[in-house]
Each structure stands twice: as structure tokens, then as C-alpha cells.
Write a protein that binds this ligand. Sequence first.
Ligand code: MG
Ligand code: ZN
Length: 219
Amino acid sequence: MTEKKVPIVERILSANDQLAEQNKARLDGAKVFAVNIMASPGAGKTSLILRTIEGLSKDWRIAVVEGDTAPVTIDSEKVEAAGVPAVQVNTGGGCHLDAVMFGDALARLSLSDLDFLIVENVGNLICPAAFKLGVHTNVLVASVTEGDDKPYKYPKMYRNVDVLLLNKIDLLPHVDFGMDYFRRGVEMLNPGLTFFPISCRTGEGIGEWTSWLAARKAR
Ligand code: MG
Ligand code: ZN
């Protein structure tokens, strides 16, 4: 069984990767810098997106793609209330976004009117890491309330991202989170990974993150 299953999964992933390349080419053609935000449910993806909009929307034109497993518009409404367009992608129960869904979302946006496109992936630390979308930066939002062992338990996710944000650092005095243990795990999987400790609640570290993002786009 497993002998047959593995090649099929590999074929699906390579078809996805080809579509991801096409998505990337469309974004590059329109000079849009795309960011894929991944995290477990409740880590603070939407809060981070709202903070990022707050930090960047003065100078840049932004839109958001909201991936959700259910047809709920809770996150899209928050984004639109912050003054930027949101495109809702309903995965129909699926636990990740893929390049087809992302391509469909791109077709619903006026890319030439944008500088940044932020994607809120489905809350899940497993398969979003395996399905490329065709973005320029893959971001993982971890949070101190999830525990310090997550790099060890979800190595593939930690290995495949370009940036790690550790959210809710304002709660550090109230939780047992071993920062050294966490960072050792991250360093083992993804040496030199760009890391920002942040709090979406207090705003701490958000300026460093948005400056980094703006600098990446300029490059
Ligand atoms: Mg959300
Ligand atoms: Zn999935």
C-alpha cells in the first residue's frame, strides 16, 4: 500500500509546484510581493495581519487572501474593516491552501493595484508546509502559549519557512516557555532563520517585522 501511495503524493506535489511557479510569475509580472502566513489555530495570524496592515498601509497598497476551512467571513471582515480588500478562499473542509486555490484567488484580485499580498493560510502546522503557493516569503507564527516543544514536534514546518515570528511574548511571565529550548530546536532545523519576538497585543516587535518586510520588497 505505502509503495503505491508515495509516488501519487509526489506527483500531486510536483503538479502543485508547477502551478506555484505560474502564480509566482504572475505576481512578479505585477510587482506584487506575496507573503504566506502559516500557524496553528489561535497563534495570532489574523492579529498579525491587522498589525502588518497598520504598519504598511500608509506607504503600500495591500490585499489579503483569507483561507478558511468553513464558509465563515470572520477574518475577512476584520481585514476589510482595516481598510484593505480581502478575498475569501473556502477550502471546503480542506486543511491547507494549495497553488490552485491561490491561483483562483489571484484571478479575483486586481494585481496591478497592489504592492503586497498577504495570505492567511489554514491554521495547521502540518500540510501547509508541503504545498507551495508561489509566494516570495513563507512566514510561521508561533506563540508562547503553544509551548516551547513545537519545533521538535513539527520539524517540517519549521524547516520550510523563511521567517519565524514568536507571538504573545507579553505573556512570557505567565507561561512555562523555555526560550533557549525553543530556539535550540529552531536553530537545529533551520540555522540562521530570521526571527522576531512580537506581541500583536502590545505592538512590541511589530515595527522590526514590518521594516524587514518592506526592505525585502525593495530588494
Ligand atoms: Mg485567523
Ligand atoms: Zn492539508
